[in-house]
Ligand binder design. Structure first.
Ligand code: NAP
Length: 342
């Protein structure tokens, strides 16, 4: 029997919503004919969620394991109740329903899901390890992908944990590629993070020799990192939650507001930094899951800014290919990711 292609039959409460908005989904691992069953290897908890869990558990891995298990037990999916966000996973296909549309996949294929864990039915048997440094959680468990769920096959010639890390944020550099034009001045808030370096690379490529990329980071060592990676024309040390500090420092460095700002931090209250440093005619791209629509909308209005603000859709066409190609074509970023994620 088929189920709704968006998985709504699995929503337990409240009825009528899609799985992402559901408080609880049915995580019985009996698949419908248009679903896939995955034996999960690793979860990549999204950074805003992982940061919140780490803080709530005082960096205690045992407490973090318990918190993750409790969330999944209660909700049937790994959706952080505070941030609302999820992450993604890698695993191998255990079963393919007979009417699942993509006939190219087969049992045993290793895939990375490209839909959020915040809507993916998940059952964890046990947690093998939590890597506090890189947001990855190795588990024994299973997950369900709906008919509408997108995924990428893990390439044989790349490390699976590196692929998982890169694809988690694949939407960010792919959107930068869409938004940034030759000659633009671009600010990247959180430039030394995982999506930050990918966005900085893509922005450097797109602005060409006439544009400028400014990284904003909150630690000295991140300035060194970006210099070593040959990313950003200029790096500014500032706290993204301190809007006036960011505004003054960017204006001092650039003499005017920037064309495009990319927000890739993992903490709250950074909306106004982005809005203040961006031209009226410019664009702010909020990829951060800690972004508040209310703070951004009312904040922009409050300072009379006509800036265009874009919500960071995690998906854009071709995002997985673009991101994996980027990593393969940028040896220094690849080495960095191998050091952190493999
Ligand atoms: P990440 O690797 O943890 O990077 C975040 C960066 O922000 C880090 O370098 C961090 O520095 C920096 N930062 C934190 N607080 C700051 C502050 N006050 N001022 C300046 N910089 C600060 O995270 P990521 O994996 O790239 O993810 C970035 C964001 O994208 C997260 O919010 C994540 O949840 C979100 N995300 C969105 C989607 C989507 O579909 N839109 C998908 C995946 C992830 P420290 O290391 O010093 O804290």
């Amino acid at each position: 029997m088929n189920t709704c292609k968006y998985g709504t039959n699995r929503v337990i409460e409240p009825k009528g919503v899609l799985p992402q908005a559901a408080l609880r989904v049915n995580n019985t691992m009996e698949i419908f004919d248009n679903e896939i069953l995955i034996d999960v290897i690793t979860l990549n908890i999204d950074s805003a969620s992982f940061t919140q869990i780490k803080k709530a558990c005082d960096n205690d891995v045992v407490k973090m394991e318990k918190m993750i298990l409790d969330i999944v037990k209660t909700k049937g999916k790994m959706q952080n109740p505070v941030t609302g966000s999820g992450g993604m996973l890698i695993g191998s296909i255990a079963k393919v329903g007979k009417s699942f549309p993509d006939k190219s996949i087969k049992v045993g294929d290793k895939i990375a899901t490209l839909v959020s864990l915040s809507l993916t039915p998940l059952k964890i048997e046990r947690i093998n390890s939590v890597n506090i440094e890189n947001d990855q959680v190795n588990i024994v468990g299973q997950a369900i992908l709906f008919e509408s769920g997108i995924f990428a096959k893990v390439p044989n010639d790349m490390d699976q944990h590196l692929v998982l890390a890169a694809l988690d944020v694949a939407g960010a550099p792919a959107q930068v590629d869409k938004l940034v034009k030759e000659g633009d001045t671009v600010a990247i808030i959180g430039a030394a993070g995982k999506s930050g370096v990918l966005c900085a690379y893509q922005a450097m490529k797109n602005v060409g020799s006439t544009g400028k990329v400014i990284g904003i980071v909150n630690e000295e060592k991140q300035i060194t990192l970006l210099k070593d990676l040959e990313l950003c024309h200029e790096v500014i040390l500032a706290d993204a939650t301190n809007a006036m500090e960011v505004y003054e420092k960017v204006l001092e460095a650039n003499k005017e507001a920037v064309d495009v700002t990319i927000n890739v931090v993992n903490v709250q209250n950074t909306e106004m930094s982005c809005i203040l440093i961006t031209k009226d005619t410019g664009i702010v791209y909020f990829f951060s899951m800690a972004t508040s629509f209310t703070k951004a909308a009312l904040g922009a209005e409050g300072v009379g800014s006509d800036v265009t603000m874009i919500i960071g859709n995690g998906y854009t066409k071709g995002h997985a290919e673009l991101t994996l190609n980027l990593v393969n074509n940028a040896p220094k970023i690849k080495q960095l990711f191998e050091r952190i994620y493999t």
